[in-house]
Structure formats: C-alpha cells, structure tokens
Design a protein around this ligand. Structure first.
Ligand code: ZNH
Length: 141
C-alpha cells in the first residue's frame, strides 16, 4: 500500500527529474526556510545560511533518498523505514512539514524547468512526493 491509494495505482516518476532535483536543492532549501520559517527551527544546530556546507550536504542526503526510493516505488515502505523512525522518534519533525517540503520541491522544479515541467510531469511528481510524504508520516499515527 502506497500513500493510501490502495496499491494498484502506483506513482510514476521519471529518473530524469532526480538529477534535476539535485541541482536545485540549494534553492529548494532557501525557499522552504523563507516561505515556511517554522521549518528553520529543526535546523537550529546547523549553519543554514544560503549555500552553507551544512545545507549542501543535508540537501544532498534528502535528494539522494528521494531518488533512491524512486528506483523501486513498490518497496517504498521498506526503503523508507529507517527514515520514518528517524523523523518520527529521533528528530520529531511535525509531519505537516513533509507536505511543505514537497510543495517547495514542486515550485522549485517549476521555477527551474520552465516548459519541461508540463502538467504531466507536475502530476507525476506530485503523486510520487505525496506518496513519499505519506509513508514518512506513517509512524506518527
Ligand atoms: Zn529529513 C535528516 C531525508 C524531510 C529535518 N532527512 C535527514 C536525513 C535524510 C533525510 C536522508 C539524513 C539521515 C542521516 O544522516 O542518517 N527528510 C528526508 C526526506 C524528506 C525529509 C527524504 C522528505 C521528502 N527533514 C524533512 C523535513 C524536515 C527535516 C520536512 C524539517 C522541516 N532531516 C531533518 C533534520 C535532520 C534530517 C533536522 C537531521 C540533520 C542533521 O544533520 O542534524
């Protein structure tokens, strides 16, 4: 079961967007922390000035996790299990933040990719990220 859609209707996403995501990570973070300042509170122990080494390495980890997971969406639950536990029990990230980050990913892609980010790409990416965020938030229930 992925994202509460019954499991038959799996999200589809092209690997092409993974590479692009990585390029835009820094502007993604800047956007998330500017648009939704509450997200900054979780990073108080890191240097979150634009382009800081911390943000670079952290952004890379997140994007790699998103890319890795997209290789086999049917095993999303298994791939994400360690991250579920980390975010729910150790970091205690309020799950509403996953949706905010996903929203920022879509906006960042749209801003950088122009016409290439057409409605089909938008829909696919939204579907994948929504499923991803739902799985990450599952341990909280
Ligand atoms: Zn997170 C961490 C992923 C979201 C916050 N993350 C992390 C990591 C990863 C991730 C991979 C690393 C781990 C290790 O190192 O081992 N995330 C992720 C993803 C997502 C996320 C995939 C979605 C999509 N996060 C998130 C959010 C937030 C966060 C939304 C808030 C707002 N994270 C975080 C933190 C951390 C992490 C705080 C830790 C950092 C440090 O370094 O300390």
């Amino acid at each position: 079961k992925v994202g509460g859609n019954g499991g038959n209707n799996r999200p589809v996403v092209s690997h092409k967007y993974n590479a692009d995501l990585q390029t835009y990570t820094l502007s993604l973070y800047h956007r998330m922390m500017t648009t939704f300042p509450g997200t900054k509170t979780y990073f108080a122990h890191l240097d979150i000035r634009p382009r800081s080494p911390h943000l670079r390495s952290h952004g890379k980890k997140i994007v790699l996790a998103i890319a890795e997971c997209s290789k086999d969406i049917s095993s999303m639950m298994v791939t994400l299990a360690p991250l579920q536990t980390l975010h729910a029990y150790k970091l205690r990230i309020d799950p509403c933040n996953f949706k905010l980050l996903c929203h920022c990913i879509l906006v960042t892609l749209a801003a950088h990719m122009g016409d290439e980010f057409d409605p089909v790409a938008h829909a696919a990416m939204d579907k994948y990220l929504s499923a991803f965020a739902a799985v990450l938030a599952e341990k909280y229930r």
